[in-house]
Each structure stands twice: as structure tokens, then as C-alpha cells.
Design a protein around this ligand. Structure first.
Ligand code: BTN
Length: 245
């Protein structure tokens, strides 16, 4: 069974909608909304989701091998977004570990990957993407962080929103399929090419403690490598804040 493509006017959250479908939703079920009333970001943050400007899309994909096989999925999703932009002729976006898509120093897209199921058995991933096409001054102010939109990346006129949606959906289906077959290694080179943190002085804080170092790329499983005075350290995406030092 092929996953349906649903476009709603308003939802609380496209990812919550897929969660409610639970066990019965087929692979590649895709939900979009014109606006979200409770858009969710990482770490409990809100994702502002007004109508008429941006894209909010979530996709469900099942994996037989469990969470254990999914390290790197959220990084791969960053590459999936970049591939969609490249297909539209838009270059100049970068990836900030683990999975922010940046352009011109601001956040262009956010990615939220939520897993349910078993560590070494069947599980499902809901991959949610919020992509900024056109931000208003009010929205930029509300965002509380540096932002960017496709209009800026395209030097004025953003591509038609339906074209962007089509490119993103196609890239998601192809990319998640490829991730299932080949895993993160199939995305590692593209990630490295667009790694915004490589060679950058960083300050790390969180579960692993606090330290400074220089971004030294990612390893084969998607962990961030930091060159420190005491040698190379690796951090996984669990609860760390990575800032420019
Ligand atoms: C982040 O914090 O950077 C992740 C933001 C993810 C937002 C998208 S919009 C579509 C999907 N539905 C949600 O509620 N969140 C994700």
C-alpha cells in the first residue's frame, strides 16, 4: 500500500497527526498543513507556523531493524532537504549538526525526527520538516533566533511553493528509501560537503560537560567530532548545545 498525501488547511501539528494514525498508516504517509496551531520544534520548543508563507510536512517511515539502525537518520534528513533545494537550483545552504539547515547565517529549515517502537525490532520514524519560504519581519522577531528564507537564498523571488513542496516530497521518499537500504554512509559525503561546523571554534555544553574545541566533521554513525586540547571527542545528538566559541 502506498502512503497517502494529505494536505490540510490547519492541524495542531503534522507530526502529531501522523502519530495519531499510529500502526495503521502505510510507509511514506505524508501530511502537510497550510498552518499549524501547535507546531513542535526540538527540545519542547514551539515552531511558529503561520499560513501562506512556509511549508510544514511530516512523513512516516517504518524500519524493521529498530532504533539501533537509525543513528544518523536526522542528519540524513538534513541532506534530504539540501537535495530538494539543489533540485530547485538553489545552492548555498549548510548543515549545522545535528540537523539544522542554515543559509546566510540563519535557520532556513528545522527537522524533527521522532521514533516509536523497539530498539532492535520493528519501529517507525516520523520525520517532520518546517521550511521557511518567506518570513515576515514580525515572524523573524518572534523566532528568537537568526532565520533565513528561500526568498533570500533565491536572491529575491522564491520558487513557487508547490514546486518546493514537490521537490521536498520527492526527496523525502527517495532519501528515506535510500536510508533504509544503505544507512547513513550513503549520506556522509554530502553531509561533509555542507558541514557548517567543520573547522569552526565551538563551545559544547550539556550532558557531556562543557568544553571548547574545533569542529572536525562527523563520524560514520553521525556523531560530531570535536578536536580539543586533550584529543578528539565525539558527541551524539543527545541534549547538547553547540555554539560558536
Ligand atoms: C526544530 O526545532 O528545528 C525542528 C522544527 C520542526 C518543525 C516541523 S514543521 C512540520 C512538523 N510538524 C511539527 O509540529 N514540527 C515539524
Amino acid at each position: 500500500r502506498l502512503g497517502a498525501l494529505e494536505v490540510h488547511w490547519e492541524l495542531d501539528s503534522t507530526s502529531s497527526e501522523l502519530q495519531r494514525r499510529g500502526a495503521h498508516a502505510p510507509d511514506f504517509s505524508m501530511v502537510m498543513a497550510e498552518t499549524q496551531t501547535a507546531g513542535r520544534g526540538r527540545r519542547g520548543r514551539t515552531w511558529l507556523s503561520p499560513p501562506g508563507l512556509n511549508l510544514y510536512v511530516s512523513c512516516l517511515k517504518r524500519f524493521e531493524a529498530g532504533f539501533a539502525s537509525l543513528s544518523g537518520l536526522s542528519l540524513a534528513t538534513g541532506v534530504i532537504v539540501l537535495r530538494a533545494l539543489h533540485a530547485l537550483g538553489l545552492s548555498g545552504a549548510h548543515l549545522k549538526w545535528p540537523n539544522d539547515v542554515l543559509a546566510e547565517g540563519g535557520k532556513l529549515a528545522g527537522i524533527l525526527v521522532e521514533l516509536s517502537g523497539e530498539y532492535q525490532g520493528p519501529c517507525a520514524a516520523i520525520v517532520g520538516i518546517g521550511l521557511n519560504l518567506r518570513l515576515t519581519p514580525a515572524l523573524r522577531e518572534q523566532a528568537g533566533q537568526a532565520t533565513c528564507d528561500l526568498a533570500a537564498l533565491a536572491h529575491g523571488t522564491p520558487p513557487d511553493r508547490n514546486r518546493v513542496a514537490a521537490a521536498l516530497i520527492a526527496s523525502l521518499v527517495d532519501g528515506l528509501d535510500q536510508f533504509e537500504r544503505e544507512g547513513f554512509p550513503a549520506f556522509a559525503d554530502e553531509y561533509a560537503e555542507h558541514d557548517a561546523l567543520r573547522g569552526v571554534a565551538l563551545h559544547i555544553s550539556g550532558a557531556a560537560g562543557e568544553f571548547d574545541g574545533v569542529g572536525a566533521g562527523i563520524d560514520a554513525r553521525g556523531a560530531l567530532q570535536i578536536q580539543t586540547a586533550d584529543g578528539m571527542r565525539r558527541i551524539d545528538s543527545a541534549d547538547v548545545t553547540v555554539r560558536r566559541a
